[in-house]
Design a protein around this ligand. Sequence first.
Ligand SMILES: [Fe+2]
Ligand SMILES: [Fe+2]
Length: 433
Amino acid sequence: MKLAVLGGSFNPLHLGHLYLADSALLAFHFDRLILVPAYVSPFKRHDPGARQGQKPLPAETEPPSAEPPLGEAAPPCQASPEDRLDMILASVTGDPRISVEDLELRRGGVSYTIDTLTEIIDRYRPEQHPALILGDDLAAGFSKWKQAEELARRADIIIARRIPGPGKPENPDFPFRHRFLHNKVLDISSAMVRDRIARKKAWRYLVPPGARLIIEERGLYGAIPVYGTGQTNAPGVPADLSRIVRVEDAVREILSPSRFIHSRNTALMARDLARRWGLDQGAAYLAGIAHDMAKPLDPEALLALAQEDGKEISPLEQKNPGLLHGRAAAVLLQKYFGIHNRDVLEAVAFHTTGKKDMPDLARAVFIADKIEFSRPAVPSRLRDLAGQENGGSGELLRAVAEYTVRWLKARGLEVAEETLELLDKAGKNGETP
Ligand SMILES: [Fe+2]
Ligand SMILES: [Fe+2]
């Protein structure tokens, strides 16, 4: 097996790291490239993380013989070693050419590349010397690394460019056998990403999606999640982004592109309504994205799944099992995604027909499902109402219920009892939010 090793702080991993890895894999035909996050970078000062509940990293002095991994400059570290490892693991899914070694994290303290390389050779038993990919910014100091000569003898050293620009990598009299990787460099560094996060500047698409989610979810480097959470963050509410993303990924696979666009628009509008009404925005988005996930199932499957919620199947539902796709989706969310939040499950289950006395989150999803922006021929008055920053849910719910009943009748479709009750109740209550 042809191995390559790429070390670094990966604080955080960004697209430039993976682009370099991909470039090296293709240029030298490695079978496997091993990413090795450093426990601490010996040439960097690390502040104990600003994040609450994070274990402070040990204070470091700069040992003269220690070498920095492929590194960047040095603002405070606010991600723990576990965070950094998680970000890497979440970013290389589906790429069998890349593996991740946590040996330096487990070892703790200062790690030397010679020790890491020795352990990798011992365990992987490669037929040839593994490649060690070095940034040209580090090559100048290589001679001072622990057992530099031995390291150069046991590794096939590849010097890669780190700073964007033309020409081959800088080679300040590198005294050992080596090869160059003539790579194109993305103008991204971990320090830049951290700095941009801290200063509330655009950063989200400088890192792989997996890393982005972890940074947001854990508030690393001062990141603020885009979802925000409302006041009703009851136990079980899926505040964690990765769960939302898992559901969204599944829904995207299950539904046709146009049905998925409808689901996503429903999620977005439900979330907007939730924000205005002081509800949990993540829960609204999740319910919106999942509401139609059972839509493609056949009638038998819908009946079987819906029955699992323990409620009766109405005569109309018997006659038209398609109406059960909301209830079936709520069962799927519980069974396969571990979602037990009642507000979310009810919003998904009731979205088709609506129901009188629906909780606010269910109102948001019912409304969004009927009038989201990809639905054709929705009266603009309804979208105006939905867009009102200070609008309550009462008038909007009544208008949407009326519209739904009119729409069904115009097509000669039977209107569910629940929808008529909803309209009746909403009409009486008028503006009640
Ligand atoms: Fe639906
Ligand atoms: Fe829908």
